[in-house]
Design a protein around this ligand. Structure first.
Ligand code: F6P
Length: 520
């Protein structure tokens, strides 16, 4: 395969800067056309909303954060929409299904919760998706030690991952059959790789529906997939190749997928030039659709009194002349430990920053049922402690960690950084790298790992770091902290315009346009 072969393999042209219409969606010429004759079925592990009881026992709902919910809610305003997800709370389980307004308008989405047995969910979510696939797809296999695939892993596979994927497929099939119009099924992420094939087996071959699957995380090369037992690997590839369109964050991810199909499926006919695979009498198209953020609603939040109050208290508590900030889930792929070590290197190599700079890390606990995540939390605390003991004093704590899920506080911190660190080992996209430059008020500098999907779009305005290199990361921190104002302004303005140019709605438009252009 030559580079020329892959030239035509890319996402469709972006539609940018278009006015919004009454649905709240930017004008994307094909959205209405595609959706007017279809009903929409979205399926994801987490739902767009979750229910729980407050202290008084009153039922309250919490809308899922992020642009994905906003963007897909916008689509729901155009057609009948169903969202199928796993229940997260007892209240979700009791709710089962029903119409929910996700944007406060009279338009509703039919939210349906699946309630797998606790053991099945544990095997599917913690056992396979987060302990195995997540590590494999972020190139974090530590093959001399982890993972070991044992009897428990196979049980998690069979009674967890396969079983929960089956539950999804059955419910989606019911919904496709019940819909008055042909369905557009939009499957999300690595939790649901088996659903497309299972769904095909449940529905009659001639039934009219379109099946797309978007993979939010990296798709590594076939060498990594070679570490997975053939039975699992084949089920995943066979599963995805039952979809009509498989979307990835970057062109490299899509190419890696095509290479993986070529390496492991001798009966697949892979056409790199056109980004498609012919397999079991079916054509699957492969495209990249880089995801983004909801620019308008983030700006609105950044201007809110709530974020203002957090900004105020952060400024009172953190009086160092300059702030280095990071905002991450506590996840080994985020490379937080090396980020702290790099800060230690910075203080060692450039002592002029002592007592003048503070590293503020806002970290969200995540997947703590997985042992490697617990270990990572302990490791990063120890790494920060080491730097603080070595360089800190009673007046100055070099690294300050704030834990907990508090999005308005995170946005306030992003407004205040002089340097933002995103040094992930691998990242499907990394939305912090897009949120930061949009809301930052200090013409701050973005340090960005070359192994994030966001790097493809933001490279020109960021300081690139190879994630393993803490020496280079320390030097990038120094460069960011000492960058002349004119250069900082120029880079910050460039980043802002790059982020504004590709909104979350563009991500959706690209997918729907691809569906229209491919005649799916
Ligand atoms: O990046 C993949 C992803 O599933 C995101 O969609 C999500 O924000 C993140 O990981 C958190 O995952 P979880 O639902 O396991 O907390």
């Amino acid at each position: 395969m030559t580079l020329r072969d892959v030239e035509s393999y890319s996402a469709m042209k972006l539609i940018q800067g278009q006015p919004q219409d009454e649905t709240g969606m930017q004008d994307c010429s094909l959205i209405e056309e595609i959706l007017q004759n279809r009903s929409l079925i979205i399926a994801s592990n987490r739902g767009p909303i979750s229910f729980q009881k407050d202290e008084q026992g009153q039922m309250e709902s919490k809308r899922g954060g992020g642009g994905l919910v906003t963007a897909l809610t916008g689509l729901a305003n155009l057609t009948e929409a169903h969202w199928i997800a796993c229940a997260n709370t007892d209240e979700d389980r009791q709710w089962q299904r029903g119409p929910v307004s996700l944007d406060g308008s009279s338009n509703t989405v039919d939210v349906q919760f699946l309630a797998p047995q606790a053991a099945a969910y544990e095997g599917y979510y913690n056992g396979i998706a987060n302990s195995l696939l997540w590590f494999l797809q972020h190139s974090m296999l530590d093959i001399s030690r982890n993972p070991t695939i044992d009897r428990k892993t196979w049980q998690d596979w069979k009674d967890g991952y396969v079983a929960v994927n089956n539950l999804f497929a059955q419910r989606i099939a019911e919904q496709v059959r019940a819909s008055r119009r042909p369905s557009l099924v939009m499957l999300q992420d690595y939790h649901l790789y088996l659903v497309p094939r299972l769904l095909r087996s449940l529905l009659p071959p001639r039934m009219d529906y379109t099946l797309m699957h978007f993979v939010h995380i990296p798709w590594p090369g076939s060498e990594d997939w070679g570490m997975l037992p053939p039975k699992m690997r084949l089920a995943i590839l066979d599963g995805l190749l039952a979809a009509d369109l498989v979307g990835f964050q970057t062109r490299e991810d899509g190419l890696n997928f095509l290479r993986t199909c070529e390496s492991f499926l001798p009966r697949a006919y892979v056409k790199f030039k056109y980004g498609r695979v012919w397999y079991r009498n079916h054509m699957t198209h492969v495209r990249d659709f880089p995801i983004s953020i909801d620019v308008d609603s983030l700006r609105e939040l950044a201007d809110s009194a709530e974020v203002g109050a957090h900004r105020h208290s952060l400024l009172e508590e953190h009086t160092a002349q300059q702030l280095i900030v990071r905002v991450d889930r506590i996840d080994p792929s985020k490379n937080i430990v090396r980020g702290f070590r790099a800060f230690g290197e910075l203080l060692e190599m450039h002592p002029e920053h002592l007592e003048k700079v503070q590293f503020l890390a806002l970290l969200v606990p995540s997947r703590l049922n997985v042992e490697l995540y617990q270990q990572y939390l302990a490791e990063l605390m120890a790494a920060a402690g080491e730097v603080n003991v070595k360089y800190g004093n009673s007046e100055w704590e070099p690294i300050r960690i704030l834990t907990g899920e508090n999005y308005p506080r995170a946005v306030a911190a992003l407004e205040l950084y002089n340097v933002l660190v995103v040094n992930s080992l691998a990242d499907g996209m990394n939305l912090v790298a897009k949120e930061g430059p949009l809301v930052n008020r200090r013409e701050g500098v973005l340090i960005l790992s070359e192994r994030t999907g966001a790097f493809q779009q933001l490279e020109a305005g960021a300081l690139m770091v190879p994630p393993l290199d803490i020496y280079a990361t320390a030097e990038a921190m120094h460069q960011g902290l000492t960058m002349p104002e004119a250069e900082r302004k120029e880079k910050a303005a460039l980043l802002r315009s790059l982020v504004e140019g590709e909104d979350i709605v563009d991500w959706l438009c690209l997918q729907l346009e691809a569906i229209a252009h491919l005649g799916l």
